[in-house]
Structure formats: structure tokens, C-alpha cells
Design a protein around this ligand. Sequence first.
Ligand code: IPM
Ligand code: MN
Length: 372
Amino acid sequence: MNLKIALLPGDGIGPEVTAQAVKCLQAVEENFGHRFRFTEAPIGAVAIQRSGNPLPDNTLKLCKQSDAILFGAIGDPRYDNDPDARIRPEQGLLQLRHELGLFSNIRPIKVFPTIMDLSPLKKHVLTGTDMVIYRELTGGIYFGDKKLSDDGSRALDTCEYSEHEISRIAHLAFKAAKNRRKKLTMVDKANVLETSRLWRKVVGRIGESYPEVQLEFMYIDNAAMQMVLNPSQFDVMLTENMFGDLLSDVGSALGGSIGLLPSASVGEKYAMFEPIHGSYPQAKGKNIANPIASILSAAMMMEHFGLKEETRAIVIAVYQAMKNHIVTPDLEPKSKYSTEHVGEFIANKVVDSDELFNINKENIGLGKSTII
Ligand code: IPM
Ligand code: MN
């Protein structure tokens, strides 16, 4: 397969982790006979510094001309602590999601058995956790009207959803549930919000055409609590933009490290893959950031193009690194392995499939129950 892949490494540790994911994709290229063409472009704080624009025209153009986008991270402390900053790195990412119509953000939450001890939760609570969050990504309060009064003493953010925006992601979530454990939890605040009541109505109606999927509704406050008390009850979770942002961070903490979780943002025409973690500026340039979330995002990219063996090869290679303790210090504080070491090891394992003998390949895939 020929693929044009846009690389947007962005800020903080983005470039370091993205470089490791690229190594793994190159290993896939060699091992499976594909041709991937990588082109890099600036976004976020890096782009503001260079051109004053967090999403330069050429970056957007490159994304529109590519088959897929691999995104690193966005954000810089210089802007975080300045509420008056008119231009912010995050605007680049939000505009990109909007311009490319990436309405569906898919975030699988899994717990890796080898690092369960790192989790803030007890092992018996955690066991069996394997869920996917479908977060609406181009609507709601993120993109509604915003206002600040002239005297700066009142502000307004509007949350708006249309039936169309709800139904297109709902169908994706139901289809995912159908291929998994057949349970869909729709999370909202329908006891308070009009938009949530619309979500319930639309999702309930769509649910009738997926009779094999058990649909339940849960309020956001309860869902946040349930994810901590009993995370294994969830299979597919469907929710709006802001709630999905909050719950996916809760989910990322369950496994003990935010450095492991990938995501895909998918629209009708374009698809972008990025780690859930942020730019982690404290670790920038230190070669200590965990590259696994970025590498698994590359695996999700392979899965998106239907390349099942390739996806498995990357996921198994990650599993091998963890099993062999070739991990960054966030997972094992005494580890002497760097971002590059871990990336190198995993990329080599993608090429070398000798160690696959005792693994049940059928269970390996990012959207399904996996060995990890
Ligand atoms: C995420 C991030 C973004 C979001 C920020 C960087 C705008 O937190 O992808 O979850 O809020 O969507
Ligand atoms: Mn977030």
C-alpha cells in the first residue's frame, strides 16, 4: 500500500515520540512491502514562533493532501499561564480537527498486566478493564459561540449539537460495540442539559437498529465515579466533546501511565492519529518520554487502513518491550532505557517476528480485546 503520511510532531516531547513511531512505521514498510512517504510540518507553539500562526496554511494544505496524519503533542507553558494570550497553540489542533472534519475521537483504554502495580487502583478493581471511548470532537462547547464582555467581567461559551452531529458518531460507536462485547454506555447530563436530552433521544432511536447492542445511559458525574470504582463494566462509551475530554483523562490514569494510550480522530475524508498524552514540557529534549502511546497511534493508523497483520506486529512488539522491561522510567523508575532505546527495540521487533510463537494472534488488535 502507498500512503502519504503527514507528520505534525508539534510541541514538547511530540518530536521525540513521533520519531519513534516513524521508526516503527518504517519497519512495517520494509517488513510488509509497503511504501510510506512522510512529510513534516509545524503546528502549535513551534508554528507560532516561526510564523505567528498555530496552524500555518501550508500545514493544513499538507494534511489535506495526505492519506493520514501522525500528530505528536501540543501546548507550551508560556501560554498556559497567560489567560490573555490571544493566540494559543491549542487553537492549531482545534482548527485542524474542525477543518478536516474529524468528528470522531476514538480512545481505547486498556490495562497492561505487566504494569498493573503502577495503577492508583487495586488490581482486582482493574482486572478486565478494556474499553473504548467514542468522543464527539468537532461540536459542543469547544466550538460554540464564545464571548467576553467589553469590560472583561462576563464570559460566555455555548454548547450546541445537531441531530446530524450526534447520529454520525453514534453509528460508529454502535458498530464498534457490535464488534466487541456489545455494550454501549452513552454518557451525558440529561438531568440538566438540553443538548444531553437531544443526545439521548437520537442515540435511543439509533439503538433500535442495533438490537444486539445493549444500550445504557449514564450521567457524567456517575460515569466519572464508575470508571474509578468499576472500570471493567464498560465496553464502548459514547459521549460529547467536553465530557469525552474529561473521561478520557480519567481512563488514561487507570492503567498507571498516560504514556501508553493512543487515539484516532476520524472524519469522512481524513484521519489523524495521536497519543492521548500532552506535550509534557518538563521532559522535552531529555530522551525520557514514553514513546509507546505514539507507537500505538501508528498501529491504529495501520488498523484504519485495514492492515491487520501490520497492526498486530506493532502491538506485539510493544508487548515484547514491556515484557522484557525495555521501557522508559515512567513505567519502571530504575529503567535506564531512553525514548530512543525503547523506540529502537520496538521497531526491531516489528521486523523480527520470531518471538510470536506463543501468542494467540486472534486476540490481538486495538479495537478489540487484546493481549495487552
Ligand atoms: C485532548 C486535549 C485537547 C482537547 C486540548 C489540547 C485542546 O486535551 O486532545 O484531549 O481538549 O481536546
Ligand atoms: Mn484532553
